[in-house]
Design a protein around this ligand. Structure first.
Ligand SMILES: [Zn+2]
Length: 192
């Protein structure tokens, strides 16, 4: 059974996204008071979001969050390499975040590059994991979803993450952000 803390974090993200769908401006708290408090007391983000560097995919806006709420790891194609995995582990173990969301998105350039067969050597650290994740799938949206799900599984290969999830202390969940509608869709049938 997933902990209440993890489920509360997921609900908080999804209700933030529901607000975002109706909003014209970001409303997260960025006030000097909060800045000072976070400096004095330290951060305790309630969720870790691993997502793409795409300029249209801004987690703090998508979930209507302010300072200190999200621990965000962004890399083109939201792939999990060693530094991304270590960043996630740090936030789980040292900052106590109970939820990891891997947020892929529609119209992802990195996924598109793989689908179009671009294979420059310099891009291989990004393209190889995406290629492995999507196999022969040609539909870009399905490919982005598979890529987010593969990144989730990559995180679960880390023993401490897998065991925390088994004990219900952590939830690792893939999701897809639609860059046109702004909606975040969970890529699991049942996360509890
Ligand atoms: Zn992308």
């Amino acid at each position: 059974m997933t902990s209440k803390k993890a489920l509360d974090a997921l609900n908080r993200l999804m209700s933030g996204n529901a607000e975002y769908l109706k909003a014209n401006v970001a409303e997260g708290d960025i006030s000097p008071d909060l800045r000072e408090r976070l400096c004095d007391e330290g951060q305790e983000p309630y969720a870790i979001v691993v997502t793409c560097s795409d300029s249209r995919v801004v987690p703090e806006d998508i979930f209507m969050c302010g300072l200190g709420e999200l621990f965000v790891i962004r890399v083109a194609g939201n792939v999990i390499g060693q530094t991304q995995a270590a960043s996630v582990l740090y936030a789980i173990e040292h900052l106590g975040a109970p939820l990891v969301m891997v947020l892929g998105h529609t119209h992802c350039g990195a996924v598109g590059a793989v689908l179009e067969g671009h294979a420059e050597d310099a891009l291989r650290p990004l393209c190889d994991p995406i290629k492995n994740a999507i196999g022969n799938v040609c539909d870009p949206e399905r490919a982005s979803a598979l890529n987010a799900m593969a990144a989730t599984e990559e995180l679960r290969r880390i023993a401490s993450i897998a065991s925390m999830e088994r004990r219900g202390e952590l939830l690792v969940i893939p999701a897809l952000y639609r860059i046109d509608s702004g909606r975040v869709e969970l890529l699991v049938e049942d996360c509890v």
